[in-house]
Design a protein around this ligand. Structure first.
Ligand code: FE2
Length: 377
């Protein structure tokens, strides 16, 4: 287990943005069958074929399919033989997010800054080149075996990265309107949330913008605590959850058991039209968590007037929450792999900058019903 539990040096406690990040570059998932996963993300989630690395490009170790939808790039990777780090990762964790790649102007600088502030190295800066230019990448560990890779691509105009070829396909389902990664949530072990909050503050210059505790997020049975970390320009937001003691096993505990460690719990992807996007996703076979329809009886009382008709929201199971700045619409998929681990959130923001705190209780009760069906509550 590559968890870095050494204490983070206290010498750098400035929250200045010493590490400018332009956005999420890509998310890499280690999966047991990258070819079939790519088909799933195209068919069900509306991603497009982008790039490929594998036997056909001379890569004999692993196969990666890269799919894209607007600013979201997913890399789906499987090993081509036994005894690899990728295969061991899949054996231990099941399918899940290995890499959250961050787009920076200078990957060597980002790496050096993180390392001198106490990061654990995953990959020293490496320059990769092909006829389209060069890319510099470097990487550090975060919670569990999850890593951040810094990607510097200002001198590159190829389709994805050196080593990848354009992936052209006859089968190209349409987009469902997903635009960009809004936030990505990590589940960490009991008592470790503040450690990772400090990690993002000290090592990456993030600030804490929000927190929830078990008084905000609890049901009769389960609870969790969460703190939201953001980089300087707000393009990267990483909420971090830890389980809180409850009468029964919380969803975070269930995740930690099945993932066999800390890791990415959900990826929230933004849309400009949640009703249209969720209608398409549902028609393409994506399954969502449902709250009881009584949720909608008091919705307008709770969130005030909204632009959307209530009927399609109720029909699709879309949730609404409001904060001081506006409101948001959101819905959560069921886990998208055999283990009850990672899932997606679809979110449309109409001014709100928060994460749907008002929905947590209704959602937890929905998750508990699923846990009951799995016999893991
Ligand atoms: Fe979320």
């Amino acid at each position: 287990m590559a968890t870095n539990t050494a204490s983070i040096p206290k010498i750098y406690d400035d929250a200045a943005d010493f590490m400018p990040i332009n956005g999420t570059d890509y998310l890499e998932l280690y999966v047991s069958n990258a070819m079939q996963a790519a088909h799933f993300y195209k068919t069900a989630f509306g991603f497009q074929s982008l790039a490929y690395s594998g036997l056909a490009t001379g890569n004999k170790d692993f196969e990666s399919y890269v799919v894209v939808q607007d600013k979201i790039r997913l890399v789906l990777t499987s090993p081509l033989k036994s005894g690899t780090d990728i295969g061991r990762h899949i054996d231990k964790h099941g399918d899940g997010v290995k890499v959250t790649a961050l787009w920076v102007d200078d990957a060597t600088y980002a790496y050096n800054e993180a390392m001198k502030r106490g990061a654990k190295s995953y990959m020293e800066p490496v320059t990769e080149e092909d006829e389209h230019g060069k890319v510099v990448r470097s990487g550090i560990y975060t919670y569990g075996e999850t890593v951040h890779i810094f990607v510097e691509r200002k001198n590159y105009n190829g389709v994805f990265l050196p080593g990848y070829e354009k992936w052209e396909t006859h089968y190209n389902p349409t987009s469902v309107g997903l635009k960009y990664v809004d936030h990505m949530v990590g589940n960490v072990e009991l008592g470790k949330m503040n450690y990772w909050v400090e990690f993002y503050q000290k090592v990456m210059g993030f600030t804490q913008i929000m927190s929830f505790d078990d008084k905000d997020i609890s049901t009769e049975y389960t609870a969790l605590m969460s703190k939201v970390m953001s980089n300087g320009n707000g393009r990267i937001k990483f909420p971090i959850n830890e389980p809180a003691p409850g009468k029964k096993k919380s969803q975070v505990d269930e995740y930690l058991d099945f993932y066999e460690g800390e890791g990415v719990q959900h990826i929230a992807v933004a849309t400009d039209n949640v009703i249209d996007t969720v209608t398409q996703l549902r028609d393409r076979g994506v399954e969502f968590l449902r709250v009881p329809t009584t949720y909608y009886d008091t919705l307008v009382e709770r969130v005030g007037e909204i632009d959307e008709d209530l009927e399609p929201l109720k029909e699709l199971g879309i949730l609404v929450d409001r904060d001081d700045e506006g409101y948001l619409l959101q819905i959560f998929t069921k886990p998208i792999e055999p283990r009850p681990t990672m899932f997606f959130e679809i979110i449309q923001r109409k001014g709100a900058t928060s994460f749907g705190k008002g929905n947590f209780k209704a959602l937890f009760e929905a998750i508990e019903r699923e846990q009951e069906l799995r016999g893991t509550l």
